[in-house]
Design a protein around this ligand. Sequence first.
Ligand code: SAM
Length: 224
Amino acid sequence: MRIDIISPLPELLKAPFSTSILKRAIDKKVVEVCIHDLRSFANNKHKKIDDYSYGGGGGMVLMIEPVAKCIELLKSKRTYDTTIFVTPDGQKLNQKKSNSLSQLNNIIIICGRYEGIDQRVRDLFIDQEISIGDYVLMGGELPALVICESIIRLLPGSMNNSSCALSDSFQDNLLAPPIYTRPANFKGHKVPDILLSGNEKKISQWREDQSIIKTKERRPELLK
Ligand code: SAM
């Protein structure tokens, strides 16, 4: 899989891809992540990528030309399965969406900033708009990272034990059961006996029951 991220502030994206599972996935060539500095596509001396909003209004707006130039360059080199714009008014990200994005080969993600992006970028180039929740951040870099992390951890080879991802919360519409590690007894607070029993069938049944109980309590709508 290849993910191209177009960003007005690429520095924000570099550190997360340079550590831990994301770095390992890149080193192992499970995924290629290419970060593009929107400013380098600006067609003016001062590398300006934003301008005032037509019709007035507070903030600056990301201009269409640099975004168009970058997307057109990328699309001239390979075919993309989807081009995503991250935006608070998009479809809310969930595990089902991450699962389906993880099946694709080439993805472009565009990060907004300031008041947002010229509507014509959205009309002309975007296949899907994704929000990471009902709150507003300063830019699209963290949402792009959230999407990338949720996808990349699902790719075979990115985690030591990739089957873990399949038993996470929201897979099968259930929340994950409680988990424990050593010590078996912490100041009188004991790990449930069943987990120490070695009986795999009973443990698996206990985990499923706990998942259902937790989901009923916390997110009953998932069970519908
Ligand atoms: N004026 C916009 C609005 O009210 O919807 C918010 C713009 S926000 C300050 C700047 C950029 O941050 C957005 O264009 C988007 O790319 C990104 N962003 C902020 N919050 C987001 C969220 N919850 N999900 C996805 N992207 C978000």
